[in-house]
Write a protein that binds this ligand. Structure first.
Ligand code: FES
Length: 549
């Protein structure tokens, strides 16, 4: 390491702080991370540590194919093995775009060193013709306008440049913002980490302070397992409900909990989040964007509201050495329209509803705050698409027998089926219905959906179609009943007929005969436990018993 120009005394035994960086030009949301890492380094030096920055696999949500989620577990292995194999005493995790947060936290959790997250921060609000537009959320809306013939492609491209105009990740309450909120709620990041815009100088200050603090954490031996406790996960689930956060958080938090051995189930999401109102008025559930959320008070203001209403484990420890309540008990709310008060919430019962029934014996999820109230109890005939290609082939066909009350069913998009459980669950509506002004229909699949998306969309059906779950046996014309209040998803087909269809079903072959995709197919778990690999669940510590020479 002397060839890097380091003086000899940096090897005097001072704490070596790894800065695990997901910078990549193929991941624009994290493209500013080299500069941000410099601020972390300043803090580390200042506190007497020795910073060493290293790259790990960066997952760009909008660019990777077939889906960034296919590579979350791979990236987590990269992180885990890089931390363990190198002489690192503590690590700062630089996270931004959707999957970079869970993959880094999963990897670090399996090593159990002191670890602290610095998020990259959201983009500035999109601005178009005098109004705010949000990444993802308005993109879906405008693309439907293009399909319905109400917006030209030229105008659409203009909108795109107005939407993505600064460094940072999607600035709606999509998965990146949600996961930044989750690490703050878990206590893994300094207060205000989630919402400071990427280009705000206070983001650099936070990175600097994180660099200082990780050195102290090493001295205190404050390991990630002391932060990631069951109460911390319960806090995060409730904060997610109050944020109106992404359904993707369900899968990622289940996977993170699995790495530290905290028992967390799908039903915990419903049980803990159900009584919790959605307070944060951000797209896709509401109106505002992350920049507004930061100016209004961010996650500390939300955590304070939860604490004042008995829905926060106040003594959960956070990375700054204080409890979450010590961090947030005096947090102000500067804008009661962005962060609503308890008696004037955006949605009375927020959170994630977990559905069960003969169509989803092991569960499925829906986000009520992003769904249409009139469809929360609904019955209709299925229009079945066997794959996403089948959907693309037929959805524009004017002869597709789709009515407003039909239910769109998409199969083979789960963890094994896609593979990688792509964000295709919010499939667009048939153009002939869009042209009639219909903006929402019930959609059901084993896929995920983007945290920026909205609609009455049932996701993560478990077991998925590709392993022969009941979803595999649904046929067009079958009647399906959805009752969110009763948490029920029912396929109205006699048991004997389902048994007959099941005998006719043939398994989906693996996507590839070798390589990573084959490893993924053979080892990925189902969505209800977080879609981790079976051999990655658990904490393996950071000890390396053997030398290399
Ligand atoms: Fe990276 Fe949305 S594409 S956060």
């Amino acid at each position: 390491m002397r060839i890097e120009g380091l003086p000899g005394d940096v090897f005097d035994g001072r704490p070596v702080i790894g800065i695990c960086n997901t910078w990549s030009e193929l991941n624009p949301c994290n493209a500013h991370f080299r500069e941000l890492a410099e601020h972390v380094k300043r803090g580390v030096w200042q506190a007497g540590g020795f910073p060493v920055e290293f790259p790990v696999t960066s997952l760009g949500e909008a660019i990777m194919r077939p889906t960034a989620m296919l590579f979350r577990n791979l990236a987590s292995m990269d992180v885990e093995e890089s931390i363990r194999a190198n002489p690192i005493d503590g690590v700062v995790l630089m996270c931004g775009c959707d999957k970079t947060t869970p993959s880094l936290v999963m990897g670090a959790a399996s090593c159990d060193l002191p670890a602290l997250v610095v998020s990259g921060g959201p983009m500035l609000n999109g601005k178009y013709q005098g109004r705010d537009i949000g990444s993802g959320t308005d993109l879906w809306r405008f693309s439907e306008e293009v399909k319905a013939g109400a917006m030209s492609l030229h105008r659409f491209m203009q909108v795109e440049s107005c939407m993505s105009r600064s460094a940072g990740h999607c600035m709606t309450m999509g998965t990146a913002s949600t996961m930044a909120g989750m690490v703050e709620a878990l206590g893994l990041a300094l207060p205000e980490n989630a919402a400071i815009p990427a280009v705000d100088a206070r983001r650099s200050v936070l990175a600097h302070l994180a660099g200082r603090r990780i050195v102290e954490m090493v001295a205190e031996d404050l390991r990630i397992s002391r932060i990631l406790t069951r109460p911390a996960f319960e806090n995060a689930i409730r904060v997610n409900a109050a944020l109106g956060g992404s359904t993707n958080a369900v899968i990622h938090l289940l996977a993170i909990a699995g790495r530290v051995g905290v028992p967390l189930t799908l039903d915990d999401w419903d049980r803990l989040g159900h009584d919790c109102p959605t307070l944060v008025n951000l797209m896709p559930s509401g109106q505002y964007l992350m920049e507004d959320f930061y100016y209004a008070g961010g996650v500390p203001a939300v955590a304070r509201a939860l604490g004042e209403h008995g829905l926060l484990h106040k003594d959960a420890l956070t990375v700054n050495g204080k409890t979450i309540w010590e961090n947030c008990r005096e947090a102000p709310n500067w804008n009661a329209d962005v962060i609503r008060s308890w008696d004037r919430p955006l949605v009375e019962h927020g959170g994630i509803a977990v559905l069960r029934g003969n169509l989803a014996p092991n569960g499925a999820v829906i986000k009520p705050s992003a769904a249409s109230p009139h469809l929360m109890r609904h019955a209709g005939r299925a229009i079945v698409f066997e794959s996403i290609e089948d959907y693309h082939r037929r959805i524009d066909d004017a002869s597709l027998e789709a009515e407003e009350e039909s239910i769109l069913v998409l199969k083979n998009c789960g963890p094994k089926g896609y593979p990688g459980m792509a964000e295709v669950g919010n499939m667009g509506l048939p153009p002939k219905l869009l042209k009639r002004g219909i903006t929402d229909m019930v959609r059901i699949s084993d896929a995920r959906m983007s945290g920026t998306a909205y609609g009455t969309v049932v996701l993560h059906i478990c077991p998925e179609a590709a392993v022969g779950g009941p979803l595999a046996h649904v046929r067009s014309g079958d009647r399906i009943e959805l009752d969110v209040e009763q948490r029920r998803l029912h396929l109205d087909v006699p048991r004997e007929e389902m048994a007959r269809r099941s005998r006719e079903w043939r398994p989906v072959p693996p996507p590839m005969s070798g390589g990573y995709q084959r490893l993924y197919f053979d080892h990925v778990l189902q969505a209800d436990t977080g879609a981790d690999f079976d051999f990655l669940v658990g904490c393996r510590g950071n000890a390396v018993p053997r030398e290399s020479h």
